[in-house]
Design a protein around this ligand. Structure first.
Ligand SMILES: [Zn+2]
Length: 212
């Protein structure tokens, strides 16, 4: 298995013109075959652990140390952006489900757009377009439908920013803070979520993180 970290790092090295796609494929193949480093001290219990791609590129002289430092920095920025995107998608998914429920879009179309969002996050695009925008852009749904469904979703529904559950709240009070019954996450209205763009400085800020 190639880790997402290595995939990203390799993609970045190609983007920056440090290696060609062909060179990268070659090195990754070697990495998977485990024939890359004759000097590696591989313990029998640990024989499946592949060396990090960055280390391999460095030891082969394909990149310099300062390249690796820059690549690793960009890699962690993008991993962060992927994480943020995945959190955002918990909510986007519910919006998608609603479209499917009313036969306004297919699950295939929703999944395609969610996949595009993730790809964009991997490429470091900010902010990530919302699912509604992407569905319109691809001609799957028209603008009015997106607006209507968002409005419908916003009425008395709160979304948990932690686990993505949605709740119908009877007699919703404006300005009152609601917490998720399941995970204790902060509950927000759709409109609030909409105003938060998918970069870590704004969207991530509202998110209770499981990792920390
Ligand atoms: Zn929750």
């Amino acid at each position: 298995m190639i880790s997402i970290k290595d995939l990203l790092l390799g993609q970045l090295a190609v983007e920056k013109g440090l290696v060609t796609q062909a060179q990268l494929s070659e090195v990754m193949k070697e990495q998977q075959d485990g024939k890359v480093d004759p000097n590696a001290t591989v313990s029998p219990t640990n024989s499946k652990a592949a060396r990090p791609l960055g280390t391999i590129l460095l030891s082969k002289g394909m990149i310099k140390e300062q390249d690796l430092v820059a690549l690793l920095e960009e890699q962690s920025r993008r991993l962060e952006s992927v994480k943020t995107c995945q959190k955002m998608q918990k909510v986007e998914y519910l919006f998608g489900q609603l479209l499917v429920k009313y036969n306004l879009a297919t699950m295939l179309q929703i999944n395609k757009c969610l996949e595009i969002q993730l790809k964009m996050a991997e490429k470091g695009v900010t902010p990530i377009p919302r699912l509604g925008e992407l569905l319109v852009e691809h001609g799957f749904v028209d603008k009015k439908t997106v607006a209507d469904v968002l409005k419908m979703q916003d009425k008395d529904v709160l979304f948990c920013t932690g686990c993505g559950r949605q709740y119908n709240v009877v007699g919703l009070e404006e300005g009152k803070a609601y917490k998720c019954k399941e995970c204790g996450g902060v509950m927000l209205k759709r409109a609030l979520l909409e105003s938060l763009k998918a970069d870590e400085t704004t969207f991530g800020f509202e998110m209770p993180t499981e990792e920390r």
